[in-house]
Ligand binder design. Structure first.
Ligand code: PEP
Length: 252
């Protein structure tokens, strides 16, 4: 039984002060929500401490949006898995398409990060997804397969069972253009099939596979109703408390 996960990726939004306001509003909107979904928010690094304080004694959990693969060292400007774990992060988004596109992250680097996250007890949310031209060229599955082979390299079936993969078609991120529920289901099912091939059926049945890309309160229920969509990674719509709470409530 896979517990649905609704995770908000705040990207580079919300100062610590705004974080307190937004989480106050979100907790108010969610009221006594008790599932079935697990709810995570992933603020920028500078707002993690404020968020951790707000989320104390609540059922919401904290995630980060990126990290370095080393515990410490001469890596100016970087944040380590140990630092995130100490702040109380449970999740860390890795390999987001914006990291791949603007910061040159490749599958080899993402793989080092995935392994480091697991060493520090963090659950990676490994993002994969194709560009528009790749979808148009009908190579979506080949692209996803390469990203999975790279990002999951060296992991055990037990480790894979515990992680989260997010299918995020790059053309759907921040564009208002969502994959159809049928397309999201098709690619998520393909991801599960590849995981089964690489790591066996038990890992494939256990791993949670989210959909991300312009999810909002209006389209969430249908996307989340697909058999292989185990939750959502939500960008823009997670910045609005009422909208994000509505997405959480759409998870069944
Ligand atoms: C994301 O950044 O992971 C994302 C899915 O963004 P949006 O919901 O804004 O498309």
């Amino acid at each position: 039984m896979r517990i649905p996960l609704i995770a908000g990726n705040w990207k580079m939004h919300n100062t610590a002060a705004r974080t307190r306001e937004l989480l106050g509003a979100l907790l108010h909107e969610l009221g006594d929500y008790s599932g079935p979904a697990e709810v995570a928010v992933c603020p920028p690094f500078t707002s993690l401490a404020a968020a951790a304080e707000c989320l104390q004694n609540t059922s919401l959990v904290l995630g980060a949006q990126n990290m370095h693969y080393e515990e410490k060292g001469a890596y100016t400007g970087e944040i380590s898995p140990l630092m995130l774990a100490e702040l109380g992060c449970r999740y860390v988004i890795l390999g987001h398409s914006e990291r791949r596109q603007y910061f040159g992250e490749d599958d080899a680097l993402v793989s080092r990060k995935v392994q480091a996250a697991l060493r520090y007890g963090l659950v990676p949310i490994l993002c994969v997804g194709e560009l528009l031209e790749q979808r148009q060229a009908r190579v979506t599955e080949a692209v996803i397969r390469i990203q999975l082979a790279g990002g999951l390299a060296g992991l055990t079936p037990q480790q894979v069972a515990g992680l989260v993969i997010a299918y995020e078609p790059v053309w759907a991120i921040g564009t208002g253009r969502t994959a159809s529920p049928a397309d999201a289901q098709q690619v998520n099912a393909y991801i599960r099939q590849v995981v089964a091939e690489f790591f066996g059926d038990a890992a494939a049945q256990a791993v949670r596979i989210l959909y991300g890309g312009s999810v909002n309160a209006g389209n969430a229920a249908e996307l989340l109703g697909q058999a292989d969509v185990d939750g959502a990674l939500v960008g823009g719509a997670s910045l609005d408390a009422a909208g994000f709470a509505a997405i959480v409530r759409a998870a069944r």
